[in-house]
Design a protein around this ligand. Structure first.
Ligand SMILES: NC(=O)N[C@@H](CC(=O)O)C(=O)O
Ligand SMILES: [Zn+2]
Ligand SMILES: [Zn+2]
Length: 442
């Protein structure tokens, strides 16, 4: 495949040649060779495929919410070429058998993947570390979907075990002792009202995140381990990680599209569909998180793609499961911010591709350069579309970003094979055969 005349994130206009799944040339004036497919990239941008280090594809155990096939289809259509699946499936990915079972299901994946190992009192670290594990995580410091919250001692033990093998630990940082139980008492205004939806944000406080981030950083430092804080939802959490990193610690943080683009002001519209952990924050905190993305303290944007069925989300606040889908809309929303002049394209490239690749040691991924895997996304920054659930591919069938604008891929390529293509003229879509490969297999 030869992609001609596309602009790269740094402004260079280049032809990119792909052979046997690898980028073999990034040059000007390349001529097609016999039999080579030529893709006209003129007027478009060519970007590295996103590496989404935080998804919940729900299998095994939750196939009515999402499957490896539907989740990875959604990823490909959103320009995500590698996903990392989290362990709160059923059974949880905490031992060798559970890991192997999940690994079999990934045969349906349209994109490359990593499988994380989880930590519960029953976990089997030797069996997990023996396998092509992506990383530990998310390790839950408080209960979330799957009730995998663990205590301080087990957390320290897990971080030490990972540090001994130089494996990073992705942490869900909330401290349940600092949740405000009173926020869930009394009259919550009934299902579907703004007061009802907003109670979740009042309950799972910003202070609970800050305290847990501090604890994770301390434990990481004591063990000389590598800590990656998942879905950091507050400026305070991001600043704590940045300060520790400045002090020389091996720590990074991730933020989600929902904490960047939604706030408690959207609670009325979203109702229980806006319930997730950590919860939506004030508009002021949301703006602070976005500022830190723009200015450099945020290392990674990852989706925490956490699909639940519509009828599950429609129950009352107390019963609705936490989590929102997002794997297909992350790159589009960020690219729309680029189009609007709010973020630079290089910054977006770094947080979705280059940084996750370097933090998690994916040497062949996250960049457009000779010798790298040909994981590529072609986009037309002049053509945003309105986000509609009906046009997305997740099995869950809804999105918290309904009605927002996004710049969606024209084409997504995984190791040289088209995983998704949209005909810009007819709008018709095509998906390639499942091609996913464990990024730790090599
Ligand atoms: N974020 C969520 O609210 N839910 C996630 C679990 C998690 O990431 O905490 C899920 O798996 O549903
Ligand atoms: Zn989490
Ligand atoms: Zn998660």
């Amino acid at each position: 495949m030869l992609i001609t005349g596309a602009e790269l994130a740094d402004g260079r206009v280049r032809d990119v040649r792909v052979r046997d799944g690898t980028i073999v040339a990034v040059e000007e004036g390349l001529d097609p060779v016999a039999g080579e497919r030529v893709v006209d990239g003129r007027g478009r941008h060519l970007l590295p495929g996103a590496i989404d280090v935080h998804v919940h594809f729900r299998e095994p155990g939750g196939s009515h919410k999402e499957t490896w096939e539907t989740g990875s289809r959604s990823a490909a259509a959103g320009g995500v070429t590698t996903v990392v699946d989290q362990p709160n499936t059923s059974p949880p990915t905490v031992d060798g058998d559970a890991f192997d079972r999940k690994a079999e299901l990934t045969a349906a994946s349209h994109v490359d993947y990593g499988i994380n190992g989880g930590v519960t009192p029953e976990w089997d670290p030797d069996a997990l570390f023996d396998r092509p594990l992506f990383a530990l995580g998310e390790v839950f410091l408080a209960d979330s979907t799957g009730e995998m919250g663990i205590d301080a001692d087990l957390f320290a033990e897990a971080v030490e075990a990972a540090a001994a093998r130089d494996v990073p630990v992705t942490v869900h940082a909330e401290d349940a002792t600092l949740f405000d139980e009173s926020a869930l008492d009394g009259d919550l205004g009934g299902v579907g009202t703004a007061a009802n939806a907003d109670a979740w944000s009042a309950y799972r406080t910003a202070a609970a995140e800050a305290a847990a981030v501090e604890r994770a950083l301390e434990v990481g430092e004591d063990a000389d381990g590598r800590i990656h804080v998942a879905h950091t939802s507050t400026p305070e959490g991001i600043d704590a990680v940045a300060a520790a990193a400045d002090g020389g610690a091996s720590v990074t943080c991730e933020v989600t599209p929902h904490h960047l683009f939604l706030s408690r002001e959207n609670a009325g519209r979203l109702g229980t569909f806006g319930r997730m952990n950590p919860p939506l924050r004030s508009e002021e905190r949301r703006a602070g998180v976005f500022e830190r993305l723009r200015d450099g303290d945020v290392d990674v944007v990852a989706t925490d793609h956490a699909p639940h069925a519509v009828d599950e989300k429609r129950t009352g606040l107390a019963d609705a499961p936490s989590g929102v889908p997002g794997v297909e809309t992350m790159y589009p929303l960020l690219l729309e911010s680029v189009r609007a002049g709010e973020l630079s394209l290089e910054r977006v490239r770094d947080v979705v591709a280059a940084n996750p690749a370097s933090i998690f040691g994916l040497d062949r991924k996250g960049r457009i350069a000779e010798g790298a895997d040909a994981d590529l996304v072609l986009v037309d920054l002049t053509s945003p579309r309105e986000i509609e659930a009906g046009a997305l591919h997740s099995r869950c069938g809804w999105t918290p970003f309904e009605g927002s604008r996004g710049v969606f891929p024209e084409m997504t390529v995984v190791r040289g094979e088209p995983a998704y293509e949209r005909d810009p003229i007819t709008g018709a879509e095509e998906f390639g055969e499942p091609a996913g490969r464990n990024v730790r297999e090599r």
